[in-house]
Design a protein around this ligand. Structure first.
Ligand code: NAD
Length: 489
């Protein structure tokens, strides 16, 4: 049987040159299950033209009608939740329940975008001069693009396009080439919901495709989510080409555990946050900072839980599935080797995992007594590896977190409101959890980190997305009253 080809969606049609493709693996078996077409600059240009051809009409479509399409899309995504989850698990490897959860989080943004009528309202000032009024309106940017990572192949695109489309833009999505199918399923559902052909397009590919998008003069704004080095490069190249860019990067998220924390609650939360989705989450907790005397008990509570985690194919009843690729699995394993060699105490060794077959599996590892200069701490590993560092005071913990280059998410576990408030105030991180390990904001707030976790000014989804995907126009108007008196007997 020939290998299936995953094609672009341009102007409502599938297309793709079978000569330029990448492999899509099943991470649970290691086999190649499909090829994905890669777009060159010419194909990107075709997609931009398809989007441009319909964007004016879409922009002219009334706001309630645009919202109606999103309402229909919302219902379709909900109806196809399990199909989407299966497609995510097949190419990403995460468990089915995790995949369904990702669809649900994406749906929240669609629901937010359904209220676009309220969100697009401008501002009005009466009588700013004699007989003069001033008001602002929000107009779409035009054709915009989204470039997304492998780890949330449905949710991260849904962080972007619902609001962009609702605002009247046409959208080009470049999903990760490692798990491209969910993006094409979403394109099919948007078409079924009544979105006109060409308003939403999918171009698959790698760096070449991304650079063609960044350089294309027909694209006005780019949203990117991925690793920090690529986010920085995308931000610089897109901005140099005169575009608006928001580029979300990688992370090293800390959870601080105070001596007064509920230890059982903290240990459960930390294990879920560190090892869920095999640690391949930008909001995963990868460093625990144990304050004072809590450390020994905390490490023991973590050890018990981590040693019991079940690893296997995402379609089975397991806690987490394989990593995305053989290279990535080997890289993560290399970090465990490096941590051990550097002198950190390896409390649970995930390298021992023995599963039949060629899947990209790696067990859960836990390190204690990690030092801030060791690579298991300095680098984003993006795998099932958790490091525990020990400090004396809350102030030391805050200084440690703030010294790092990233600022995506962080959390504190404590029963002391004063400590939580000091932490929330002083920490240089964009999203903070208080007894909540993964503080991903709800869709009517916006999502974004600080420092090397985000390049640009505005966060994704929520109110910031409405600002990102629209341009403000301010009108100053004078309408002199008519001097005509008319007939006066
Ligand atoms: P990645 O940076 O390798 O790829 C992201 C996207 O960029 C993909 O579409 C890919 O095709 C493209 N790309 C890859 N290399 C490129 C290059 N040199 N030039 C131009 N484009 C390129 O990221 P990934 O491995 O797919 O995803 C994991 C990373 O994403 C982690 O670092 C994770 O923390 C981060 N992430 C961040 C967030 C966030 O909200 N901050 C969310 C999810 C993932």
């Amino acid at each position: 049987m020939s290998t299936p080809l995953i094609e672009h969606r341009i102007g409502g049609k599938p297309m793709g040159d079978p000569a330029t493709v990448g492999d899509v693996h099943d991470p649970a078996t290691g086999s190649v299950q499909a090829h994905v077409a890669f777009a060159d600059a010419k194909t990107v240009d075709r997609a931009v033209e398809a989007a441009r051809a319909v964007q004016e009409t879409w922009r002219g479509t009334s706001v309630p009608r645009r919202a109606k399409v999103l309402f229909a899309f919302r219902d379709l995504v909900e109806a196809h939740r399990d199909d989407l989850a299966r497609a995510i698990t097949a190419e990403h490897g995460k468990t089915l329940s995790d995949a369904a959860g990702e669809v649900d989080r994406g749906l929240e943004v669609v629901e937010f975008a359904c209220g676009i009528g309220h969100l697009l309202k401008g501002e009005h000032s009466e009588q700013v001069g004699p007989g003069i009024d001033s008001y602002s309106v929000r107009q779409p940017v035009g054709v915009v693009a989204g470039i997304t990572p492998f780890n949330f192949p449905a949710m991260v695109p849904m962080w972007m396009f619902p609001v962009a489309l609702a605002c009247g833009n046409a959208f080009l999505l470049k999903p990760s080439e490692k798990d491209p199918t969910p993006a094409t399923l979403l394109a099919d559902l948007l078409a079924e919901a009544g979105l006109p052909d060409g308003v939403f397009n999918v171009v698959h590919g790698d760096r070449t495709t991304v650079e063609a998008l960044l350089d294309h003069p027909g694209i006005g704004a780019v949203s990117f989510v991925g690793s920090t080095p690529v986010a920085r490069a995308v931000y610089e190249r897109g901005a140099a080409a005169g575009k608006r860019v928001q580029a979300l990067g990688g992370a090293k998220n800390h959870a601080v555990v105070m001596p007064d924390a509920d230890l059982e609650l903290a240990a459960d939360a930390l294990v879920s946050a560190a090892y869920g989705s095999a640690g391949e989450r930008c909001m995963a907790v990868s460093a625990v900072v144990a304050v004072g005397e809590v450390a020994d008990d905390l490490v023991e509570a973590l050890r018990e839980r981590v040693a019991a985690l079940r690893v296997g194919p995402g379609t089975d009843d397991v806690d987490f599935g394989p990593l995305i690729s053989a290279e990535h699995r080997d890289r993560v394993r290399g970090y465990v080797d490096a941590g051990e060699q550097a002198g950190a105490r390896l409390v649970v060794d995930g390298r021992d995992l023995d599963l039949a077959g060629d899947g990209f599996f790696l067990g859960a590892s836990l390190f204690d007594d990690v030092e801030p200069d060791q690579s298991i701490y300095t680098d984003e590993i993006f795998g099932p590896v958790l490091s525990v560092l020990r400090v004396d005071t809350l102030a030391d913990a805050i200084d440690l977190v703030n010294a790092g280059p990233y600022g995506n998410g962080t959390a504190i576990f404590t029963s002391d409101g004063g400590a939580a408030r000091a932490f929330q105030d002083r920490i240089e991180v964009g999203m903070v959890g208080i007894n909540v390990p993964i503080p991903v904001p709800i869709a009517f707030h916006s999502f974004g980190g600080w420092k090397s976790s985000l390049f640009g000014d505005l966060h994704v989804y929520g109110p910031d997305a409405v600002r990102f995907y629209t341009r403000t126009k301010v009108v100053t108007a004078r309408w002199p009253e008519s001097q005509r008196r008319g007939i006066d007997l």
